[in-house]
Write a new protein. Structure first.
Length: 294
């Protein structure tokens, strides 16, 4: 049995399994610091970089959401996504739900697409919000992630034309399939505090599907949440007025409701997957969404 396992792993490594969603080499070699350490780094960054409030010109606005671009040799789909968002006058915000890069050495190619624009106005560069995924921290790449984005645990909100609070987006790091103790405490505090501030909608934003089976992608950095942690997080979100939970990781679309929360898993935007999709969310008194081919 062990011999068969070794053969399978060797074949995967030699035939390109490391180029897909199952990056075996990344899972077992050179992984980044674990969740609590990344959380400390994020809080250090947050102390000198205030959370962003995005002013919007009208109460009804649009958000573009993509995930799992796994940038490697090409970045066509992400470049198209960025330009679509930049040129939509009613879209002040875009979100990438993680696994931006595929493996070691691909951050420059991702950044090239991230800042793709053919306009002279670069004001939207700072309103494309990142989420860290498991592939983004493989091979010790947390150092690269910090270099470009600084934090993986934060929130941002929107402000209406009259200065009123509109919507809150809470971003947290699930790239190891766990929040661990420090981040869980932070999330509880943010939810309990911010849920009382009169926001129209509150949305949880992360990479890993909360109900994704723990063993579905192996273990460690590629795993889903343990069942006990799933229960704890789901209960916490439901008690604190969370309406939606946006995530990626699975490379397939999933839509379901639990405890009054709408859980949306967005499918991959990876090259050369066809068709590849992103999500367009219409924010107003009610929230609606649909999926567009890139």
């Amino acid at each position: 049995m062990k011999k068969i396992t070794y053969i399978i792993l060797t074949v995967c490594l030699l035939t390109g399994c490391t180029k897909g969603n199952f990056d075996w080499a990344g899972m077992w070699n050179g992984q980044s610091p674990y969740t609590n350490v990344r959380f400390d780094h994020s809080m250090e960054y947050n102390q000198t970089h205030p959370f962003k409030t995005i002013p919007v010109s009208q109460n009804n606005y649009r958000i573009y959401v993509c995930t799992d671009t796994h940038i490697d040799s090409t970045n066509r789909n992400l470049t198209k996504f960025v330009n679509l968002y930049h040129h939509d006058p009613n879209c002040p915000i875009a979100i990438h739900l993680g696994d931006m890069v595929n493996a070691d050495g691909n951050y420059p190619k991702m950044i090239e697409a991230w800042y793709a624009d053919d306009r002279t106005d670069k004001s939207k560069w700072d309103t494309l919000f990142p989420v860290v995924g498991n592939h983004d921290i493989y091979y010790g790449q947390w150092t690269e992630y910090r270099k470009y984005f600084g934090t993986a645990t934060y929130w941002f909100d929107t402000q209406g034309p009259s200065g009123e609070k509109l919507d809150l987006f809470i971003v947290f790091d699930s790239s190891n399939g766990t929040l661990q103790t420090k981040q869980m405490k932070w999330l509880k505090n943010v939810l309990q505090t911010k849920s009382k501030e009169g926001y129209r909608h509150i949305i949880a934003v992360t990479h890993t599907n909360l109900f994704f089976p723990y063993s579905a992608h192996g273990s460690g950095a590629n795993a889903g949440f343990a069942l006990e942690e799933t229960y704890e997080i789901a209960d916490l979100l439901a008690k604190n007025k969370i309406e939606m939970y946006w995530c990626g990781h699975e490379h397939a679309r999933e839509l379901y409701k639990f405890n009054g929360i709408e859980f949306i898993t967005v499918s991959t935007l990876q090259d050369p997957v066809s068709p590849a999709y992103y999500m367009v969310v219409e924010m107003g008194e009610n929230i609606s969404y649909h999926f567009e081919k890139i």
